[in-house]
Design a protein. Sequence first.
Lengths: 502, 236
Amino acid sequence: MNKNIVQAELNQIIENAFLISEDIGQEIELIISDGIESPLSSEEAIRLLTKVTKTLKNSDFVSQDSVAAKNLELQVGEFVEKLISERSNSPYVDEDPINESVVNLEEYNGIKPKQVKPVPYFHSRPVKMMSGYVDTRDINLWSDNDRLEIHIAQFIFDNGRNPDSDELLSIMLSTMPLAGISDKNGDQFKIADLARSIAINGVRKPPIIDINGDLLDGNRRIAACNYILHSDEFTTEEKQRARKVFVWQLTQFADEDEKRAVVVSLNFEPDHKLEWPKYIKAKKIFEEWQHILGLESPPPGPQRAAHLKRELSKKYALGPDASHVNRFLRMIDWANDFKEHHIDNNNNNPFEVEHRTEKVFEYFDELSRGKGSGGVAYAINQDDSLKKTVFDLLYDGKFKRWSQIRLLKHFDDEMIEGLRKARETDDLNDAQEIVDMSLTDARNRQRESRVVGANPRIRQFVSWLEALPISAFRDDISDENLDALLRALTLVEKQISEKENE
Amino acid sequence: MVGFTTGLDEKKRPDSAMRKKMQQKIKLEAAAGNPKGMFELLYKGFFLDGLVNWLRSSFQSLSNDEIDDVVSQSILILYEKLRLGESIYEPYAYLRKTARNLSIKKYDENMLVNGLKNYHKSNMIQDDANYLNQRDKLKSEALSIAKSFLPKLGQHNVQLVMEYIFDAIERNVDDVSNREIADALSLSVDVVKQSKSRGFRRLKRTAESEGYHLDFDYTNKLNAINHQDDEGDNNE
């Protein structure tokens, strides 16, 4: 075929492709506005509406559909006149508000819409509801949620109006640039974490919507579903799971009091939900990891192990990378050492040891850090007796806070001695004080050794020695240390003598 | 629901939420086999008035009667699709695009008839048939060329989205919304928008590199729709 003709047709095809897929939302707005501004005259309206009615009525498609055909059993002229009259005489209203159910519950996965039974109570009153599936995107986020109070106020200040559904979602997903909220805030409403959980488990607690699809409870859950649909982090299957959500919907008969009861009950009263202890979660991860390793033959190399850990992380909704898994595995390793010491070495009751382990589990995160020289883990692993001392102190609750663990990296003989003394001290407050001082002093000593040279150190030591009471030489300083001090002073005397002879 | 009077009260004009609800109701009525209800809503929402005005200004060579025909046919097509359960996300957009396509066909027919009006009637019928046959072949060839550009459009999502749109052309579909594409390909609407924008830009460049000059200028529309930079485009 002639190339020019083909080119013209190709041009047409691509133009059509663009036009059929074009977003014309703004154009539709203009069309409707124009229709309101410049409505058809009566004559034009009669002509158009008559033609439309006759086209519908006479079509094979409608005449073969008994329901539709019955629907169009009317006098065309009468119907058209009535329609025009209704529109021009009365303001536009929803003619049938009672039966309005703009967001319809759907059947999905074999689950049909039905009444929620028993009738749920909210703030001491029964509120009838229907349950079923809706498309996530048909649900309107709730703008009166107190979580969003400041953000909404900020938006109104900036834009002079309330945010629409898309803008509300943007606020929930922390992607709306608002003055006073910096990038450092990150995912303010923790939507990403919730999304990861939903991707695996689905939405477990049904959000509650009203008849129009406006949310009364579940802003974060719906925002999280939208996050899944928009994010590249999730698989097709996970997106499918987020596309339809099981909800409870107020009936068209629900009044404002019932709506308020739902909101107060679910958003102001505490739900008393208690999270699983981190120790229990970490044990689950550890056991699963052992199981995975058991299935791998030969044992996985670093890359394969990293991949397996990422999969494990996703499985437990910990995120797309393996950092949480790695952290939990390290903590469990230390926890196992801790338990072994107390059960095998100290003969403590194993159940008591488990409870203690759970209680101090967060400390193992700090203990496991710094495998390289200068780190906490490195320091403790250098000296087995130090490790045991630390474990004993942990068991007895003699560390006041986990941040003290970081100071263990400054270990020296004095610090170790101090910690041992704390271990032997029965009084808890005294023991905690000794631990605190030992660690702080060790840190200070190391600071001095980095910053201060020989002269200041000697000056400091001499001042300290001269201030020491005589009785300390007899009662507090060990023979070993006295011998060491004498050796050092003898060395000093020798050096002075040689210098004088020069 | 908010009431408003014809063309007078700006504060009470339907906002986007109200338009969304209206369209949902239109879909419900049609799905339930109530063409009358669907049609009433289209008229009461002032959409039909606006659509007629738009068609008159865009296709000035069509008579009022022809425009009424186009609108009637468009409404019937919309009703059929919704009644058969097809996914039409935005009836207003669907109607507007369908009406546009029908108007173009009407315009083409008028041109053909005017051009051939001196022919003998029997020749006209035969030439019509030949013409249509030729047009089908031409369309098929042009579509095949367009699809051959797809592998050169880069990212997988871009190719998928553009292929979906070309398939819709092949099936003579009048409207393909972002949401429909997103659902069919399990992508987000944002990804679809971005892929479309990149796809059309790259399509034009690819066609020109193959020796085809496309004079349909949609770049301004693409710039208006998608303000984001097309990352990667400038590096190609």
